[in-house]
Write a protein that binds this ligand. Sequence first.
Ligand code: GDP
Length: 247
Amino acid sequence: MQRQPDKRRIVPKAGRVTERAPTLPEQVLHDAHFLITAARWAQLPTEGMPEIAFAGRSNAGKSSAINALTRRARLAFASKTPGRTRHINFFRLRSGALLADLPGYGYAEVPGSVRRDWQQFLARYLAERASLVGLVVVMDARHPITELDQQTLDWMLPARFPVHILLAKSDKLSRPEQSRTLKQVSYALEKNHAGKDLSVQLFSAVKREGIAEACAVIASWLDGAKKKGPGVKGSDTGPKNALRSVR
Ligand code: GDP
């Protein structure tokens, strides 16, 4: 008599399958490698693959967040080399998608004319870069939405792509402070940017907290771009709500 397949062995236990699947959202930024650094429009890499940009005030924790998400200890620190602070550093992901590390804003020592040139380049990048499908903005959870963050958000948020905010260094807050901060920031964003495709979460590179949530958002952007095909402006698959607290 033929043996019946053991159903208990082929029916996976809840939660196990996704843990082992090769396409985990957490892996979406793994195997990133440095591609190119660009200070002018002509130096930007050829478009075609979807691109995710990271922005944040200097010292907010952006480099640490990129390193934690890509699991590469020193990947983003190239951006901190003197002279490279006004460049966009591009990294290529395993999927071929690009990660663009925008320079930290708030460098007061930059002379006015240089800053203006740089801002024009950045404004054009955010407005015209067709392959840009989402922007991650990193803020320090202890001082979220500083005046400079607010100005930058006002400037960036007519965006044609979704924006996801990481409240970084959340390990420096107690649990009650974390949930209070998340609520306050969500409320402020809802009030000032209603109707925008915005989401926010707590994040700690040191404690590696919030990584799965951030990767899930980024994976959904890249997935949406893949479905739409190359060179398409924006993504319509980001968080649908005007504001979503991921944590
Ligand atoms: P960037 O200028 O935005 O790229 O910021 P960095 O990633 O270089 O971080 C600025 C400082 O904050 C450094 O001293 C980091 O070690 C520290 N930092 C970054 N992320 C975290 C975090 O998650 N927790 C803690 N406690 N410190 C962090």
